[in-house]
Design a protein around this ligand. Structure first.
Ligand code: CA2
Length: 145
């Protein structure tokens, strides 16, 4: 039976491909969803793909994932660097968690170098562009296979 993974995206990622292409590239979030669906199918994984600009909604999705998902791929966007609440929610999830950043956050401003989510994440992708999502889904396939 196929397993489900949740792919969660934080604030402003709905603007992907529409602003700041020099940092985040020209693919839209819909393109990322399609990329993830294609990779997930190769690994017999079902995907729930979501984006929210609201911290509480992301936490609610993580709680939902506790019941429905075998793994979580998350790009918490700016909440990466601020949200103990998202870290606490992820700490209640039992399966693998992979953190994804499109940009290479360690080459950017100092405030982007610290991630609360990394204290829970089993793996972290940064600087692979949107391909980081594909690599994270492939790794989920490996971990859950
Ligand atoms: O590199 C990443 O994926 C980030 O998680 C993106 C966040 C940023 O705060 C993190 O430090 C690194 C920002 C997401 C904003 O997304 C936009 C996309 C297109 C245009 C404007 C914002």
């Amino acid at each position: 039976m196929s397993k489900t993974i949740y792919i969660l995206n934080g604030p402003n990622l709905n603007l992907l491909g529409k602003r700041e292409p020099e940092i985040y590239g020209s693919d839209t979030l819909e393109d990322v969803e399609a990329l993830c669906a294609t990779e997930a199918a190769l690994h017999d994984l079902d995907v729930v793909f979501a984006q929210s600009n609201h911290e509480g909604e992301i936490i609610d999705l993580i709680h939902e994932a506790r019941e429905k998902a075998a793994g979580i791929v998350i790009n918490p966007a700016a909440y990466t660097h601020t949200s103990v609440a998202i870290l606490d929610a992820l700490n209640t999830f039992e399966g693998p968690v992979i953190e994804v950043h499109i940009s290479q956050v360690h080459k950017r401003e100092a405030f982007r170098h610290h991630s609360y989510v990394s204290m829970r994440a089993d793996a972290v992708m940064a600087g692979f562009g949107v391909n980081g999502y594909r690599l994270a889904v492939a790794q989920m396939g490996h971990l859950l296979g």
